[in-house]
Design a protein around this ligand. Structure first.
Ligand code: NAD
Length: 468
């Protein structure tokens, strides 16, 4: 009886959740920061920024605190909406990602001041806002990026206009609505974060060219990063990666296997930082593979790999491109699509291949890990640098040898380098440091936070105010 009551309660909760999703999506309006017209959205954000910049930092923090609470209150709903709308990722992991954003995205504490004080007075360099920022967000972490960008940008005194991914518009705009609700609930004005009902390449173009937009921040693949960098405005590009992970013979192989599988399967490999291929030295390759299998991987062989290749890429205009149908999907579903009756407990597909194999060279964002066997550490480093592809994004390594870790870190020169842990330690999940969902790999800001969205201003008082 008790179990039945629990079941009924669960069903009612799910139905209510569904209704809430429908309502929240259908009723958004300019009251919630969602505009029909991009020019109107920018005008509203400009008005809001004028008000925000004269408010005390304490007030910005009050708004941010309420945004954090809203994210926590709605984490499950946002995770379900994200998976339902995009068809990608895992609800449980997306809940964790939202909680991470709420808890570990820095606010105003990230801003700093430099001071010189001496005989000729006091000089400060302070970090001030740009004004209105135009932000492009991805489908892979849609609401996470909207929240993370908004917290950092508002903390720095900016307002933000989003042009979200059209394939994740409902959940992205719901996030914008929650930010506006949070502001209203603490007595602030609306429109510190705004968006458009129907984002397109045309609305993005208006954003890129608008005189009132001072900075562009693009989180996505190479196309959008190149587009913002060609806009003529100051721009930050948080682009694609293809993070390799090296395992050498000095590593704790059992732990390395568990860490790699945990990192690579988190949200079905959607995070740009996630392990996307393994380079392992021959001496420990079999051991690593056997531990990976213990951790829920299925090892597939030549014929099955060929079938996988056939579904993961599709032909378009004479070119093989990534088949979006399988991005962020469960490993067992991909396996069943190639005729393998896989159990739902299979978390990841692994296979051995050459470094030039398309399933290894390309960023797939699927729980598929190609494994490249090499003779020694020097070849491993050379191979991994090649596979990272010059994205300068993320790379990982399992080794107890400090010289080798240092050598790879220098050679690969990425914004993120995780040692002896799953890739997500890089964003403060099981590792120290703050979180972000915008890693400006192409333009060099690295893991963005409020300070990244500021301009330096020097404020000089000559011959006074120094009390030394
Ligand atoms: P995507 O490139 O398809 O889309 C990203 C955004 O750019 C969307 O809003 C899209 O509408 C827009 N866009 C694409 N081309 C554009 C153009 N020419 N002009 C204007 N807007 C354009 O990416 P996605 O599939 O949503 O996300 C996955 C990609 O993003 C992966 O390559 C991943 O590595 C990368 N990513 C990087 C980071 C990072 O912090 N570096 C974070 C998340 C995702």
């Amino acid at each position: 009886m008790a179990t039945e009551a629990l079941e009924i309660e669960k069903i009612i909760k799910n139905v209510l959740m569904e209704l809430k999703v429908q309502n929240t999506v259908e009723t958004v309006s300019s009251e919630d920061g969602i505009f029909d017209d991009m020019n109107e959205a920018i005008a509203a954000a400009k008005k809001a920024q004028k008000e925000l910049k004269v408010m005390p930092l304490e007030f910005r923090e009050k708004i941010i605190k309420r945004i954090r609470e809203k994210i926590m209150e709605n984490a499950e709903l946002l995770a379900k909406m994200g998976v339902e709308e995009t068809g990608m990722g895992r609800v449980g992991d997306k809940i964790l990602k939202h909680q991470l954003v709420a808890e570990k995205t820095p606010g105003t504490e990230c801003l700093s001041t430099i001071a010189w004080s001496g005989d000729r007075g006091l000089t400060l360099v302070e970090q001030g806002p740009f004004g209105v920022i135009g932000a492009i967000t991805p489908s892979t972490n849609p609401s996470e990026t909207v929240f993370c960008n908004s917290i950092g940008m508002i903390a720095a005194g900016n307002t933000v206009v989003f042009n979200p991914h059209p394939g994740a518009i409902k959940v992205s705009n719901f996030a914008v609505k929650l930010i506006n609700e949070a502001a209203k609930e603490v007595g602030a004005f609306p429109n510190m974060a705004v968006s458009v009902r129907k984002p397109t390449l045309e609305t993005a173009d208006i954003l890129f060219k608008h005189k009132d937009v001072e900075l562009l921040v693009a989180t996505g693949g190479p196309g959008v990063v190149t587009a913002v960098l060609s806009s003529g405005k100051r721009a930050m590009g948080a682009g694609a990666g293809n993070p390799p992970v090296i395992v050498d013979e000095t590593a704790d192989i059992q732990k390395a296997a568990a860490d790699i599988v945990n990192g690579a399967t988190f949200d079905n490999n959607l995070p740009c930082i996630a392990e996307k291929e393994v380079v392992v030295v021959e001496e420990v390759a079999d051991e690593l593979i056997s531990y990976m299998i213990e951790n829920g991987c299925m090892l597939i062989h030549t014929e099955q790999v060929a079938k996988l290749l056939d579904i993961v890429f599709v032909e378009k205009n004479g070119k093989k491109i990534l088949n979006r149908q399988w991005v962020g999907k469960d490993a067992w579903k991909i396996l069943r699509a190639i005729g393998i009756d896989a159990d739902e407990s299979i978390r990841c597909i692994i296979f051995e291949g050459d470094k030039n194999h398309p399933l290894i060279k390309e960023e797939l964002m699927m729980p598929i890990l190609g494994i490249v066997r090499v003779d020694d550490i020097d070849t491993a480093i050379e191979t991994a640098v090649e596979l990272e592809g010059g994205n300068r994004h993320s790379a990982h390594m399992h080794s107890k040898n400090i010289d080798r870790l240092t050598k790879f870190a220098k050679a690969v020169d990425t914004a993120i380098f995780v040692k002896n842990a799953p890739s997500y330690a890089a964003i403060g999940f099981g590792g120290e440091g703050y979180t972000t969902f915008t890693i400006a790999s192409r333009t060099g800001e690295g893991l963005t936070c409020a300070a990244s969205f500021t301009k330096n201003r020097r404020c000089v008082m000559a011959d006074s105010l120094s009390i030394r």
